[in-house]
Structure formats: C-alpha cells, structure tokens
Design a protein around this ligand. Structure first.
Ligand SMILES: Cc1cc2nc3c(=O)[nH]c(=O)nc-3n(C[C@H](O)[C@H](O)[C@H](O)COP(=O)(O)O)c2cc1C
Length: 454
C-alpha cells in the first residue's frame, strides 16, 4: 500500500498574512502589484515541492471601520486579479498548481468557465478554482445590486453555478480535435455538445469556445464552513480550506465533512481537507518567539483597534487603555459569523487585554499560528495529519517571501525525513500530484454508444 502523503498549499497574501507584514523588512512592500515578487514566491513554493499556491479574493475593496487613519495604514488595499496573476506565473513554473478564488455570487458562469479553462491550458493542467460565495458584505454596489444576497440564496446559486461551469467544460469531448492537415479536418462536430442549461438562477446555452481543460475540470476547491458551505463542499469540492485552532475542532470538522460525501456517491479520499496553519519558524524556540514579537510590535494601535472595532460599533476605542481589559465584553452584533463569536468567548475566558485581543486576531485573522522550531511545527502537522484532522495544510506565511523561505528551508526537510512529504513531484498535473481522479466527460460514454449503434 502506498503511504498517504501530506498535501501542502501555500496561501499567498501579498506581503504576508500578518496584518503588519508590509512594514517588516522581510516583506516586499509593494507586493500586491509586483509581479517579480509573485514569481519569486511561486518559485520558492515550487522548490519546496508544494502542491499549489493559492490567493484569496473579493471583487471589491472591503473595509469595516470608519477610521481613515486606520484605513491609511492597511497594507492590503491593492492587488492583482487572481486568474490574470496565475496565467503570468504559469509561464515561469513547471509543476506547482494555481488556485484562484472566484465568486459565484458576482461572476458570470460562461466567462468564468472560459477563464479557468484557459488557465488550465496555459499551465498545462495546473489550475484550480476556489469557489466562494463572497464573504464581504459591501461589494454588491460594484454589480448593480442594492444588497449582498443572503447566505441561503448565495449557496443555492453556487450549486447551480458550479454545475453550469462543469457542463461548459464538457462542451468538447477529449478527442474532439483531429487537426489532420492531410484530410483538412480540424475537429469532429459530433463530439461537440451544447449545454442548453435553464435553471432557477442561470440560463446558459453553450457550448464553450475552448476545448476541454487538460485536467477535464480544473480542481474544485471550497472554503466555507457553515452548514451550507459544508454541503456545497461535499457535493462538488475536491479540496476544502478551513480554519481551526485545536485538534479536537479540526477532527470534528473532518469527520463531519467526510461523512457527507456518501450521499453524493463520493468516497472520502475524493475531498481533501486542508486547514490553515501560520508557522513562525526559528532555529530555536527563542528565535521563533523573538520573530513573532517583532511582528506583533509592528501593529500600529489604530490598525489593531480597526480589527476589533466592529465588536463595539457604538464605542470610540481610541480612548481605551490598550493594556487593560475592555470595559465590557459585547454581545456579538448581528451579522458577524460564528468564528467571531468564538473569538469573543475566548477573549472573555482568557481575560485578554485590548492589545492582546487585537494581537490575537492580527496574526493570521484568527487562523492557527504555531511559533517554534522546525521539529515543533512538524510535530503539530504530523499530529493533525495522523489523527483524522487534516489531509494536508494551507500554509499561511506571516511575512512574504521571508517566512515561506524559512518553511521551505527548515520545515519541509523535517517533514521529508519523517516520510510525510514527497521528495519529488509525482505527476505533471495538479490532479496527479494531489492524487485526484480526472473526471470523465458527461457526454462521452453515451455519445460513444450512440455512435456505435448508429
Ligand atoms: C482559508 C480560507 C480562505 C477563504 N478565502 C476566501 C476568499 O478568497 N474570498 C471570499 O469571499 N471568502 C473566502 N473565504 C470565506 C469563505 O468562502 C466563506 O465565504 C466564509 O467562510 C463564510 O461562509 P460560511 O458561512 O459557509 O463559513 C475563505 C475562508 C477560508 C477558511
């Protein structure tokens, strides 16, 4: 039996996941619009044999606070559109996969199917789509809507959207293109299929004006953790990004999502569960902690307060003593999600000061942060991997490129020594490297039989 191998993605956030990363000397200050930075980062990840690089996205600038001073200190207000970015990087890399986020609430299925099929061809089979319904509450104005659709509507639309896109990717059968200069026949029209989709949310005729992607379909990724999000993942996704801070929470999620697959006729290994981990690596524990402290000290108080102001919408937090307990813990205001409820509970239980609360959130927006030696980080990864909590991880470097380099130089060799991680790429496509099957074309079997019969 082949040993189950850990899957690793690098979650690339311009200057890094830490909120103050852009001020750190180890980051590239203008990285959001610096293609050379992304080339460097993708090459580091490929050198480390990562399965994929991933960028998150929202089709608009979202900012919760009202404070202009805090806003002016945000390092994340300007960055590339993901498919465009990955298309450029596909040309300068060979093995690494590219996960681009795109919204089923605000994009158009035909155009999206075409973009991702193009990326899959350009990268020779290394594309993936992170299907999101868009978390940001305030981008609807960019699309002529008066409000952000409610979660149930967004998820209902998402199911139909993904089905339409897959249908469009099947427009041409895999062997539809003959391209025989001698006979002058370019393709076989019998192997071209028109979708003619008419559903509740979309009416899309097809076919797509691009041949089937090398992977059949680009890999489908999902990142929601609500009931609806889990169900969408079970029905359609092949990898799911998620965020947990303890082994027990991660195990419960893993169990829950894997157990939903059977009703869609799917096997547990057809969906990879990849929690986030933000590693702060040092050669010694002291070095790692010093690195972490240096980063935390770079958080300007107004930026820190900006990350928690929505918990107390009626207060002027700038008057508060940062090193005292908040005057009261709020009842979470309507509209914030379940993870933020947990943050407030945690702050109350641990008696966080105002500064400690924002420092907790600033690291990786509440994702799991591990500060330590390569051995300690590998221990944590191994423990989750071997105890039913993860099939791999979405590694979230606090500072880019520096922290990704640290991970590749120090943690990857430790994972390889333990036999947990690959020492070379197994395949040429992202699907092959992730151990995922290539989906059959929905029309091919039926069409073959009809051709034989007729
Ligand atoms: C690792 C990770 C990455 C995510 N990336 C995005 C993103 O790029 N864009 C987005 O709109 N939402 C993103 N989300 C949020 C989810 O897609 C989803 O909208 C959010 O979790 C709320 O959905 P839920 O209520 O199903 O959890 C991400 C979530 C996680 C855990």
């Amino acid at each position: 039996m082949t040993q189950r191998k850990l899957r690793l993605g690098a979650f690339i956030m311009a200057t890094g996941h830490h909120i103050a990363a852009w001020r750190h000397p180890g980051s590239q200050i203008d990285s959001g619009v610096n293609i050379d930075h992304y080339i460097e980062v993708a090459k580091i990840a490929e050198k480390g044999l990562f399965d994929q690089v991933f960028v998150a996205d929202s089709p608009g600038l979202s900012y919760r606070g009202k404070d202009q001073e805090s806003f002016s200190r945000q390092g994340r207000v300007s960055h590339f559109e993901p498919v465009t970015l990955w298309s450029a990087l596909a040309a300068v890399t060979k093995h690494i996969g590219f996960v681009a986020t795109a919204s089923t609430t605000y994009e158009d299925p035909y155009l999206l199917a075409r973009k991702f099929a193009s990326l899959d061809h350009i990268s020779k089979g290394r594309a993936a789509w992170n299907v999101v319904t868009t978390a940001a509450q305030n981008v609807h104005g960019n699309f002529g809507l008066n409000q952000h659709p409610d979660p149930a509507t967004r998820y209902e639309k998402a199911h139909e959207f993904v089905e339409v896109v897959k249908g469009l990717w099947d427009s041409f059968e895999d062997d539809a293109f003959i391209r025989d200069a001698e006979s002058g026949v370019y393709f076989d029209p019998a192997k071209l299929h028109t979708l003619n989709h008419e559903g509740k949310h979309f009416k899309v005729k097809g076919p797509l004006n691009l041949e089937r992607p090398p992977q059949g379909y680009p890999v489908i990724v999902q990142a929601g953790s609500s009931e609806d999000g889990r169900e969408l993942a079970a029905a359609t996704a092949e990898a799911i990004f998620t965020a947990w801070n303890t082994l027990e929470e991660a195990q419960a999620f893993y169990q829950d999502v894997k157990s939903r697959l059977a009703k869609y006729g799917r096997k547990p290994e057809q969906l990879l569960i990849l929690p986030g981990i933000s590693p702060v690596v040092g050669r010694t524990q002291e070095e790692a902690e010093a690195k972490w402290k240096a980063l935390q000290d770079l958080i300007h108080p107004s930026v820190g307060l900006g990350t928690i102001a929505h918990f107390w919408p009626d207060e002027d937090l700038s008057k508060w003593d940062l090193d005292a307990l908040p005057p009261y813990y709020p009842t979470p205001p309507a509209g914030i999600n379940s993870r933020q409820h947990l943050v407030i509970e945690l702050a109350q239980r641990e008696r966080f000061t105002v500064r400690q609360l924002y420092q907790y959130l600033a690291g990786a927006r509440g994702h799991w942060v591990v500060v330590g030696t390569p051995e300690k980080i590998a221990d944590e990864i191994q423990s989750w991997f071997e105890n039913g909590a993860a099939d791999g991880f979405n590694v979230m470097p606090p500072v880019l490129p520096e922290s990704l380099n640290d991970f590749v130089e120090l943690v990857i060799p430790e994972l390889q020594r333990r036999g947990l991680f690959r020492t070379e790429y197994e395949g040429t496509t992202l699907r092959e490297n992730l151990g995922l099957e290539r989906p059959a074309n929905r029309y091919a079997d039926a069409a073959d039989q009809a051709r034989k019969a007729g």
